[in-house]
Design a protein around this ligand. Structure first.
Ligand code: ADP
Ligand code: MG
Length: 401
């Protein structure tokens, strides 16, 4: 892998981050794309698209193309990534390298869809996938060289990944489909039922951040929504107890999963885990009161990593950099698990790197579509993106297929 032409991508359900070798983190945007359905063009990508969510402007469809950590809409993901990478890249390499983090529980089809998302448009990428817990552990400050181990909990938007890792490999991992988005939904549902107030996901998210399971500093927070009976806007005070009660089942599930995973680790890892503590990463780990709950359930220390929202991409970048420093066989997760020649979807890997070639196609001469890859996608070729020559405006250079 030519280090200078590498990018690391944390393609999260809620946020996507891009790191470029020699430049650092160059992009952090919501995983969202807005389509102008009247003309079939991309109207906005990232933060600008997410800002339109819940507001239902005419002829605009806001798509959050990942669900539970995996691609649910291949076309939209490809268009979004293309735009993000066009903004991030400054090198003129024909086939740049991308290291993309994937949830440990992602199926082969889900892994393949990531490769396809970076391969359906030019420039095509040499894609390598890395298990997210390994990247999270690196970003959380664990040095996993020499077989050292650690325990990380990455609470994102769609999934919570609970994992024990050692020697740059996953030892045990579990992916729960309960994380930040489920918390937002639970809060919105409780406020509608208990207070007759319909609030947006954005408002629910704000209440979650302010109140958490502790009730926040004030013990209440203001929310604006639509009165369920009158159908008119209403402002109300939401008690912290209501939000804490709504969050309780999700927090309890996460804490129980951590406890369960700890009971499954090999005895040889126990000392590393106790010494290194449970490290909490991902935006969801910032929930007020969550770290304390996990610590209580686990019976060992739990600490929030520095800058939890960037932990995974920082870790992936560190792994790329180590690879750059140490050469082909010297760094973490460097086992070449499959070569492009061996075909992109060789099965039976253990953990760590998986090399796939974005341009490779599962069926020899077929274009990469949902039909040929069996990938989960709602629509195919609804819109396409121009080349890197297009201007920098997100909506330009985009036209209907
Ligand atoms: P993903 O990797 O799935 O995209 P992230 O790690 O970027 O997820 O985290 C996004 C999630 O973290 C969202 O659900 C967001 O609401 C939540 N989040 C961000 N900040 C906070 C906070 N201060 N308190 C609680 N949740 C938060
Ligand atoms: Mg994440």
């Amino acid at each position: 892998m030519r280090f200078r032409s590498s990018v690391a991508i944390d393609l999260g359900t809620v946020n996507t981050l891009v790191w470029v070798a020699g430049r650092g983190i160059v992009l952090e945007e919501p995983t969202a794309i807005a389509i102008d359905t009247a003309v079939g063009k991309v109207a906005a990508v990232g933060a600008a698209a997410d800002a339109l969510a819940d507001k239902e402007p005419q002829d605009i469809e806001v798509i959050h193309p990942l669900r539970d950590g995996v691609i649910a809409d291949l076309d939209a993901t490809a268009a979004m990534l293309h735009d993000f990478l066009r903004r991030s890249r400054r090198f003129g390499v024909l086939r740049p390298n991308a290291l993309v983090c994937v949830p440990s529980g992602a199926t082969p089809v889900e892994r393949r869809s990531i490769v396809a998302a970076l391969g359906v448009r030019r420039p095509r990428y040499n894609v390598r996938l890395i298990d997210e817990p390994v990247a999270a552990a690196a970003g959380a400050g664990f040095d996993l060289t020499g077989g050292a181990g650690g325990f990380v909990v990455d609470i994102g938007g769609g999934t919570t990944e609970v994992a024990a890792v050692a020697g740059w490999r996953v030892v045990r991992a579990r992916s729960l489909r309960k994380a930040g988005n489920a918390m937002d939904d639970a809060i919105a549902q409780a406020i509608r039922t208990e207070m007759g107030l319909i609030i947006s996901q954005r408002a629910a998210r704000q209440l979650k951040m302010t109140l958490g399971v502790t009730g926040g500093a004030e013990g209440w927070a203001e929310a604006v929504g639509i009165d369920a009976g009158q159908r008119t806007p209403r402002t109300d005070y939401v008690p912290g107890g209501l939000v804490a009660t709504a969050l309780e089942p999700i927090v309890a599930t996460i804490a129980a999963a951590v406890h369960e995973m700890l009971s499954e680790i090999p005895a040889g890892l126990a000392e590393d885990v106790v010494r290194g503590k449970i490290r909490l990463a991902g935006g969801g780990s910032l929930l007020p009161g969550l770290a304390g709950r996990i610590e209580t359930a686990a019976g060992i220390g739990a600490v929030l990593v520095e800058d939890p929202l960037r932990c995974v991409v920082r870790g992936a970048a560190e792994i790329l950099e180590r690879r750059g420093d140490l050469g082909k066989h010297g760094g973490p997760g460097l086992r070449q698990l499959a070569s492009a020649q061996a075909g992109p979807f060789v099965s039976g890997y253990s953990r760590g790197w998986r090399e796939m070639t974005a341009g490779s196609r599962p069926a020899s001469s077929q274009p990469t579509t949902a039909a040929t890859t069996g990938m989960p996608t709602r629509m195919n070729s609804r819109f396409c993106v121009g080349t890197a020559d297009s201007s920098d405006r997100p909506s330009s250079g985009l036209s209907q297929a």
